[in-house]
Design a protein around this ligand. Structure first.
Ligand code: VGL
Ligand code: ZN
Length: 175
């Protein structure tokens, strides 16, 4: 049984957003196509409290982004919601990074309960939450496939390093 995890395809990570990923919206068309092929599709949202520790005003590395309930935290309007079976919010604790979709969410259990053994990963951003999610999935014992054309990185160099790191962790990379 296979599942697709669509990581953080939110307004703040797309052009015009608070933490825009270059070409972030280029993932929409491939993701909408991919979603047709998998029986179980989970979309994650980065869903931070206003005082999240990853925010620069609170000593973190990132500009304020994806504050829960705000417009920037919404899934991109062009993401085909009809194909999404569940939406999972992460990064909700102020003092926890929450990069991985598996951190404090119950996702591994949700997947196992449905008999999922292979996890396909796409979305934003390749070098941050997509990477953390794919690595956590391998650690949790799933087969993991990264869809390279359906993800983009915040920093181009970091994105290629992330792909290499994922490959050496046993993740399959397909286009
Ligand atoms: C992300 C930076 C901060 C991501 C989330 O979704 O990749 N990046 N929070
Ligand atoms: Zn975040």
């Amino acid at each position: 049984m296979e599942a697709l995890i669509v990581v953080d395809v939110q307004c703040d990570f797309c052009p015009g957003g608070a933490l825009a990923v270059p070409e972030g919206d280029a993932v929409l068309a491939p993701i909408n196509r991919l979603a047709e092929h998998y029986p179980y599709v989970i979309a994650t949202r980065d869903w931070h409290p206003p005082d999240h520790g990853s925010f620069a005003p609170h000593g973190g590395p990132w500009p304020v982004h994806c504050v829960r309930e705000t417009p920037g935290a919404q899934l991109h309007p062009d993401l085909d919601r009809g194909q999404i079976d569940a939406v999972l919010d992460k990064g909700r604790a102020p003092d926890r990074e929450g990069y991985s979709a598996f951190e404090d969410t119950g996702l591994a259990r949700m997947l196992r309960e449905r008999g999922v053994d292979t996890v396909h990963v796409a979305g934003l951003a390749l070098d941050v939450c997509v990477k953390a999610t794919a690595l956590a999935a391998t650690r949790a014992g799933f087969e993991v496939v990264l869809h390279r054309d359906a993800t983009r990185g915040v920093e181009p160099g970091d994105a290629e390093r992330a792909v290499a790191e994922l490959r050496s962790a046993g993740v399959s990379v397909v286009d």
